[in-house]
Design a binder for this molecule. Structure first.
Ligand SMILES: NC(=O)c1ccc[n+]([C@@H]2O[C@H](COP(=O)([O-])OP(=O)(O)OC[C@H]3O[C@@H](n4cnc5c(N)ncnc54)[C@H](OP(=O)(O)O)[C@@H]3O)[C@@H](O)[C@H]2O)c1
Length: 340
């Protein structure tokens, strides 16, 4: 076999649209593509390699014959439908949070733990978007100096909450220009000219579920249950690309020159760090890029052995669709022996 029957669930959403585009851009070995979305989209078509593909609804039999399925819908739909695909013998890469903390399911950021992908992998979970970019950035520090503690604050774009959330910010902008009222539907408050320190629901410990995903998923990916991690996740009025302020307490003393050289040599990372020329990562420049951008690297003043830095990445790409495609590239090579 040198080409696969591939499906995308949620192909019309913010992540699904990027998955579709990347399958084409990477020349993914697709022999036949199946697209699934809600009843609202059934009857519409999407273009793949110049050909229209009909969008189909989910059903108990819709995955029959598929080799590989990407899920880009909610955790609730993932829990209902992905077991059906697995029963059919379809391998699955899931963007939702449904199975991420299941000990049987590999949770993969290829730059950190691609070794978790092998021919026995039937279901692989793609981590949370903020977690992915943090893990890519933290990995070289862990390798060079050892990490003891992570303190992170996120600045998360509207599109992190899906296409309707992204549209809501655009509508609020138009309403402001036209002198109208700012309406909030997806977010608890209007996001325009605002910051909302609340992503996903609050947990009993005072952290939000988004913040606890960053804690628990990072520990699982690095296999470091002992890591002390504290996160504050904030929604900001940016359309696309998440930013993070990260402070690490390290095991060994931090040497800025060594780490710059290490980061410059790390695949998937771009260092943008020159205060003299005002060079630092920003979401407007990271949008539509697949890399993780790191800058403002400095010795931390609060920890004796600590470093602080600023990380930006397009969360629809590296935080979701691109990470899923990277996983798929490795899976396809290890299971079907197809390289592309
Ligand atoms: N957005 C991000 O930055 C990001 C990053 C990492 C992970 N994720 C995760 O990726 C998943 C998708 O997120 P998203 O932001 O792309 O959401 P989204 O923009 O809201 O898209 C949701 C997709 O699910 C489809 N859908 C909704 N109800 C359905 C149903 N009953 N049956 C079949 N399809 C249905 C929608 O189809 P219609 O167009 O027909 O409504 C749409 O294609 C979520 O689990 C999310 O947590 C998102």
């Amino acid at each position: 076999m040198n080409r696969l029957r591939v499906g995308i669930v949620g192909s019309t959403g913010a992540v699904g649209l990027e998955m579709l585009r990347l399958l084409e851009e990477t020349n993914f070995p697709v022999s036949e593509l199946s697209l699934f979305a809600s009843e609202r989209s059934v009857g519409l078509t999407q273009l793949f390699r110049g050909q229209p593909v009909s969008i189909r609804p989910l059903s108990d039999t819709c995955f029959r014959g598929l080799d590989l399925l990407f899920n880009a819908t909610s955790g609730e739909l993932a829990r209902k439908y992905l077991p059906i695909a697995l029963e059919e013998g379809t391998r699955v890469i899931d963007n939702s949070s449904a199975f991420r903390m299941n000990p049987e399911v590999p949770l993969v950021v290829p730059e950190v733990n691609a070794h978790r992908i092998d021919s026995s992998s039937t279901l692989i979970a793609n981590p949370n978007c903020s977690t992915i970019q943090m893990c890519v950035a933290v990995a070289p520090f862990e390798r060079a100096f050892g990490v003891k503690r992570i303190i992170v604050s996120t600045y998360q774009a509207a599109s992190g909450a899906g296409k309707e959330a992204m549209e809501e910010l655009v509508e609020q902008t138009k309403a402001f220009v036209n002198g109208g009222a700012l309406e909030a539907r997806k977010f608890p408050y209007p996001l325009l000219f605002n910051l909302i320190p609340h992503i996903d629901r609050f947990e009993e410990n005072g952290y939000t579920r988004e913040e606890m995903k960053m804690v628990n998923e990072t520990r699982k990916i690095f296999e470091k249950p002992e890591w002390r991690i504290s996160a504050t996740a904030v929604r900001v009025p940016v359309i696309r690309a998440h930013s993070e302020s990260i402070t690490l307490e390290l095991e060994r003393d931090f040497d800025p020159e060594t780490i710059r050289a290490v980061l410059n040599d790390t695949p998937g990372i771009v260092v943008q760090d020159d205060p003299e020329t005002n060079l630092y990562p920003m979401p407007a420049q990271a949008a539509l890029r697949k890399e993780v951008f790191i800058g403002r690297i400095r010795k931390d003043l609060a920890f004796e052995k600590g470093v602080s830095f600023w990380v930006v990445a397009d969360q629809l790409l590296k935080g979701a669709a691109w990470n899923a495609i990277q996983i798929a590239q490795t899976l396809v090579e290890r299971v079907w022996n197809i390289r592309f």
